[in-house]
Design a protein around this ligand. Structure first.
Ligand code: URA
Length: 211
């Protein structure tokens, strides 16, 4: 089945939790808890297309051919640092997932993302690979992270975020039309500082209590 390029997860629980996260009066602890909860619901959607096979088991009543996930464990890739907040919740749902990290900073002169850290699981070509970053804003770092993952062999990729701006979605669609994006909401635009509007502020600062 072909995936749409952009999936907005319209579940009422997701939308409700997101509203509380957007509220500037929500505490760091509350924000973190909601992010973990919402990431479980987003993970449910993003993994919908995982392949199944069957295995023979014995229930207390009889033998059966029961569905089970096929192939290698999926790989979750956190785009540092805010990606870690989304990843923690997903790992509760998929504890056997392999985990990787990509760190990028913005070169102050060229304004382009530059890699400072990358450690990803082996055999990316044989796994579903889900890159996670709560905010898809300009799309520059997301595109760079997906570039790196493709160079490392990834073929079956998804990008999971909490909020997306139209600018970031367009940038991803141009650079990586084969990578479906999953988000809880598509906001209006970016402001002059690259913040998503209405957004929720700096996701890393909100989840780690930094400023
Ligand atoms: N990154 C954030 O944390 N927030 C935004 O609004 C945009 C990028």
């Amino acid at each position: 089945m072909t995936q749409p390029h952009l999936t907005i997860v319209q579940h009422p629980l997701v939308q409700h939790k997101l509203t509380i996260m957007r509220d500037k009066n929500t505490s760091t602890a509350g924000f973190r808890r909601l992010l973990r909860e919402i990431s479980l619901l987003l993970a449910y959607e993003v993994t919908r297309e995982l392949d199944l096979t069957t295995t023979t088991i014995e229930t207390p009543v009889c033998q059966m051919e029961a569905p089970t996930l096929e192939g290698k464990k999926l790989a979750l890739i956190s785009i540092l640092r805010a990606g870690n907040g989304l990843m923690d919740g997903i790992l509760e749902l998929i504890p056997a997932a392999r985990v990787g990290f990509i760190g990028l900073y913005r070169d102050p002169e060229t304004l382009q993302p530059v890699k400072y850290y990358s450690k990803v699981p082996a055999d990316l070509d044989l796994r579903m690979v889900i890159a996670v970053d709560p905010m898809l804003a300009t799309g520059n770092s997301s595109v760079a992270a997906i570039d790196l993952l493709k160079e490392a062999g990834a073929k079956n990729l998804r990008f999971l975020c909490l909020l997306a701006a139209p600018e970031g979605v367009a940038r991803m669609r141009d650079a990586h039309p084969d990578v479906p994006i999953f988000t809880a909401a598509l906001d209006e635009r970016l402001d002059d500082h690259g913040y998503i509007v209405p957004g929720l502020g700096d996701a890393g600062d909100r989840m780690f209590g930094t400023k």
